[in-house]
Each structure stands twice: as C-alpha cells, then as structure tokens.
Design a protein around this ligand. Sequence first.
Ligand code: GLC
Length: 479
Amino acid sequence: MSYKILHATAECVPFAKVGGLADVVGALTEKMTDHGLDCRTVLPYYGQINDNFKTEKLSTFSVLLKDQYYDTVLHRCIEGGLKGTYYFIEHPFFNDQTDIYWDAARNGISDVERFVLFSKAVMEIFTILDWWPDVIHCHDWHTAIIPELIDIYSLGEPNYPNIKTVLTIHNLAAQGKTGHEVLHYAGMSAGSTPSIWEDFIDDDKINLFKLGILSADKITTVSPTYAKEVLSAPLGMGLESYLSRRKKDLQGIINGLDTDLYDPATDKKIAYQFDINMPAVGKAANKIVLQEKFGLAVNDKLPVLGLVTRIVEQKGLDIIIPQLSKILSLPLQFVILGTGQPVYEQELKKAATKFDNLGVIIDFDDQLARQIFAGSDLFLVPSRFEPCGLTQMIAMRYSSLPLVRSTGGLKDTVLDHETGFVFKEYTGISLFNKIAEAVKIYNNKPALWQAMLMKAARQDWSWDKSIDRFINIYEKLTR
Ligand code: GLC
C-alpha cells in the first residue's frame, strides 16, 4: 500500500540546514519517495528559501493564535531535479535571511511561538490541498506539539481522527520549554487533554517535546543505543520517566547515509577521487592537499587526525582542549574545522599558533570537510552524547578510521579494532589513551590498519533498511 506521509520539520536539505536533522529529513523524503510512498515535507518559508528556490504560491490562509488571526501563505516547491514534494509556510516570523533559529526572543517572539504558529498552520493545509496524510511524521521539539493538535482538532473535524503521528527524537537537549501562557497562545487550555494537564501540573511550565512524547502514536530515536540511553538520566534530559512510560512505543532506528552524495569515487569536492577497494594512492594524494591547506608539513609518515564538528561542548571540546598538548606530542598531525562557541574557537586558534602539527580553520565549509574525510587517516568523534552522528559514517566510507566515544549512534556504528577505535569514559585521559593506541597500530601494524580500512569502507550505510523499519511502523499504525 502506498502511504501518504507528511514530514513536518524545522530543517530539511537542500532548503535550510543547521545540523544533521536537515540531512536526515531530506534523505527520508527522497528515499521514501523512491520506495513508492506519497511522501511530502513541510517546513517554514525562510528568507533564504525565497532567495534560492523556485516556488509557487498555492493559497493564503489564516491561523488563529491568542484570539487573533495571523495571515500565512502556503507555497509549493517547483524547483527541478528534486525528489518528493515540498511545501513551505510563509509568515513574517520566518522571513529572516540568515537565522533559522532565533535562540533569544526578538520583539517578544521566541522560537516556541514561531514553531507553534508553524505547527498550527500545518493543521490547516490538508483542507487547502485536499490531501489528508495517513501519518504526520514530526521531528524534534519544533513540531512535537502536532500530535496534541491532532487530538484537539479531532474533536471537531471528521478527517483528523484518522491521522496517526510519529515523533522522531534527533536530540533531546533542546525541548521547547516555556511558560504556560503558550497554551492560550496555541488555543489550548490546561484541561484540553490529559497530556497537557500532566505537563502543566508538573511545574507550571509547558514542554513541547514532553507533550509530543506523551501523545505521539509512535516515538523513534535515531539509533538503538540512544533509544536505551534516553530512558534514564542524564541522557533522558529530565524526560526519562515519560520516555520509560512510552517504552513499548519507542524504537531506535539508525540513520542512513546518502551514499550517492558521499562517495569518494565520484565526489567532485575532493581533490582526488578514489575507489574504496584501492584507496592507497588517492588517499595519499588527498593527504598532501590537506596538509598544504592547513599549512602543515607535507609528510606521508605521520597519521593525520581530523575533526569536523560544531565547536560545542556536546562534541567533546571540553575534553579535547585540556589534552591538546599531550595529543600533539604524539607522532601525528591534527586538523580541525568547525564553528561554534567563541571560547572554544579562541582556545583552538591560540593552540594552532603554538603547535606546528596542529591546523585549525574556524569555518563551515562542506568542501573542506570532505577533503578532511578524504585526506585524514583517523577521524575524531569524541562526543559526550551523540543520538546518531553522521561524520563517523562518512569517515569510514572515505577510508578514514573513526575514533569515537561509546555513546548513542557512535556505539552502534563503530567497532573497536575492527572498523575504528572506541573509548568508554568521557575523560581526557581515556580519549588520549585511545589516540595513542591508534597511532601505535598505524605505525606498527600496517596490515591490521589496512584490513580495518577495508572493513570500515565496505559497510552498507544506505537508507534502505531504516526506511523499511519506518514503513513497518506506518503499516502497524494504519492497519
Ligand atoms: C542531531 C543529533 C545527531 C544526529 C542528527 C540527525 O543533530 O545530535 O546525533 O545524527 O540529529 O538525526
């Protein structure tokens, strides 16, 4: 059966991206379309979409918020060459040309108000399109209020009760927690549904992610290990008891990788393309390009350790920085690319002037990121927590061995001494010991290193299996 699926999201490639959420929703839309589903995706009409993509206006409609009607416009993407159907909802809350998220409120409007408006607007598009999805698939806190809205709309409209909901948790760290005034704003009251009442009496606050967790028909996380980790503190981030209660409806489904987009044999953004079955010559040539780019000595003996990341605590910067001088005393070179918290950026830049085997570029640069995957020998992902993570999979595909902490999707995708290196405790010393261990193997056991590279690169990260699991969920929900 061909299901009608609507993904409701704050981010989706190629239109709007801050993090991995965008890659995943973009890939889900494409791959589900390939699998024959009627898969459509709706996101806000950010200023940058207006500038860069061809769209067509479908209808103007209003959304009721706080006893006031807000005019919004529904657009459809008509840009060629894309798989799937994309809709955009326009409102001045999203006109900003650069920032997808506002973080701090502007003119009294916060991200919570922006995404509640968006979620309520989503409720209105089915009548306009005369298209009622079987399942609305929500992603992260931004659209987590939708299952609750479906319950409320179901009281008055015969089509809504047939819509099922899936909520995918990409990261529990941001939850959309806010004052209870948001209920009035959203046209709800504390007593509208049992879940809202429960959320309300807890602490007089409203937590949009919690509402979604309480009321979605199914919940998924982006890896099996993360699905277990969120059932207790600290990774449940305060929502562990609610997630535990929904345990039988919670499933971890590992993200795939777009293996066409990330293929070292065809990737035009890297200096030298190479076949994963014979990586040696291509890797060596890419390594020279990388060393030159970062102003490091061109040296084919030293392993190059790469790090491409948002420069924030979650990603392990607080354990890397204090260990830098020890790490750099090993026979290796270290290249770092990313942007993030200014304190960490400063520390890294300072260190780069001190150590000549360290190169740091503070930037968001997809091409250079790919050159790091292609030119490095080891790739570092030492996250404190990582719901899934994408870079470790890309690194393996580009014949760079990931060195990761044993958490979330990292634990599910990298096997110690088989496809990479895995350390357990989130401490600088266990990070350092693992790097030292890897460097020793690089120097003393080249045959083992080559065998690991082959095993790592030949794994199948394609989306097919995960899409089948989602279809299975849709099937059970709509039976
Ligand atoms: C979030 C998570 C990351 C995951 C991504 C896509 O960014 O932090 O681990 O890979 O979402 O699901």
